[in-house]
Design a protein around this ligand. Structure first.
Ligand code: PLP
Length: 404
């Protein structure tokens, strides 16, 4: 008789966004005339930029022709895309990353979940709290944690690094030494960033204790300030301790198109074993590559026209972020984020719980946001609003919240 992976049973029931959907649907059926504005989920809303659409059409036509048809893609991704990534995301920023250290994939969510496969099960994992839930749940599934403790809202055996107002939402080195550290900056959900100096301290720490940093740079394109690093490889010696994850979802609207990449430098070793070789093996064995058509679309992200169009798209969302940030601040809320990230993180008024504030916002303003407690115990008392809506809806939502 078969058995199951019992680690899955450690995961607590209802997923954040399904709970939100249930509450919103219940409210809407009781109030069919209410116009509900959604500043909750982290999905983009603007259509793909014309340069991307043009590249997609062209690649589709190539697939229709015997001469230019392509089958399986090369294991690590097409050379044209990996070279464009190495040049634009790394070399141009002074980072020493070569095209053959880049692994093209169908997105950063899968990579952030899959990457832990190349590490031993006895590694101690450290995550920020609040956190993008994928880092935690995938390690739970693998068996790297104990049980969920409903009292503390956390898993036994996992190192949580509180990110709060007091530390500007940047974690401090944990008391217990971790083996694998997940960092995501600009951060989802807090919208916080880390300075280059602070990130350098983390790189030095990881090299000192022999830990690996998995650095999620999904929101890199939203950085507006100068001293904020776009890549962990801007830090000295990061090639010895860091893996970096990238996504085309938030900078180019590929949430439904699917494309991402992971960087594993060849200097990153455990004894004599290169992590690059393990990830190459994993990639080659379990994955057959992102579609040719999509990789051509990815190449267009780095063209001059593509870059200009995507900058306008990011600026559009960042104008929303500023409307939310300024609007709530003027209404007396304590807000952070929103300057280098498409998320505004606000403190609930009068020590209200995150879910109570969710209900209040839904009922009194007909606005949907995301309760901070859904991202971890230290998100309690906070609330995330996303800048990915339309400008018109964002303005309307903020006016309604301010009047509450
Ligand atoms: C949206 C997001 C991603 C991107 O995931 P994709 O699978 O590339 O769409 C990765 N990390 C974080 C923290 C995110 O919020």
């Amino acid at each position: 008789m078969f058995t199951i992976n019992e680690n899955y049973l450690k995961l607590p029931g209802s997923y954040l966004f399904s709970t939100i959907a249930k509450k919103v649907n219940a409210y809407q059926s009781g109030n069919p005339e209410a116009e509900i504005l959604r500043l909750g989920i982290g999905d983009v809303t603007q259509p793909l930029a014309p340069a991307i659409i043009e590249a997609l059409h062209k690649a589709v036509d190539e697939m229709a022709d015997q001469e230019t048809f392509r089958g399986y893609a090369p294991d690590l991704g097409y050379e044209f895309l990996r070279t464009a990534i190495a040049n634009h995301d790394y070399r141009n920023r002074g980072c020493d990353i070569a095209a053959d250290e880049i692994f093209v994939s169908d997105g950063a969510k899968c990579d952030s979940g899959n990457i832990q496969e190349i590490f031993g099960l006895n590694n101690k994992i450290a995550v920020c709290d609040p956190v993008y839930p994928v880092y935690v749940d995938t390690n739970v599934m693998a068996g790297r944690t104990g049980n969920y403790n409903p009292e503390t809202g956390s898993f036994d055996g996992m190192i949580y690094m509180p990110c709060m107002e007091e530390n500007n939402f940047v974690p401090e080195f944990p008391k217990e030494t971790p083996d694998i550290i997940y960092l995501c900056f600009p951060n989802n959900p807090t919208g916080a960033t880390i300075t280059r100096e602070q990130l350098q301290e983390w790189v030095d720490y990881a090299n000192r204790v022999g830990a690996v940093i998995i650095y999620d740079a999904a929101y890199e394109a939203y950085i507006t300030e100068e001293d904020i690093p776009h890549s962990i490889y801007e830090c000295k010696d990061a090639r010895n301790c860091a893996i970096e994850l990238h996504s085309f979802s938030k900078n180019a609207g590929f949430t439904g198109v699917r494309l991402g990449y992971t960087v594993v430098p060849k200097d990153l070793k455990c004894g004599d074993v290169k992590l690059h070789d393990l990830w190459a093996r994993r990639h080659g064995t379990k994955y057959n590559g992102a579609p040719y058509i999509v990789q051509r679309a990815g190449e267009a992200v780095y063209s001059e026209t593509g870059k200009a169009q995507l900058k306008a798209q990011v600026d559009y969302y960042m104008r929303n972020a500023s409307v939310i940030y300024e609007g709530l601040k003027n209404a007396g809320y304590s807000v952070s984020g929103g300057i280098n990230a498409p998320y505004v993180w606000l403190k609930t008024p009068d020590h209200m719980s995150s879910w109570d504030f969710f209900d209040k916002l839904l009922h009194e303003a007909n606005v949907v946001g995301t309760p901070g407690s859904g991202f971890g115990a230290h998100g309690e008392g906070y609330f995330r609003l996303s800048a990915f809506g339309t400008y018109e809806n964002t303005v309307k939502a903020v006016e309604r919240i301010a009047k509450m």
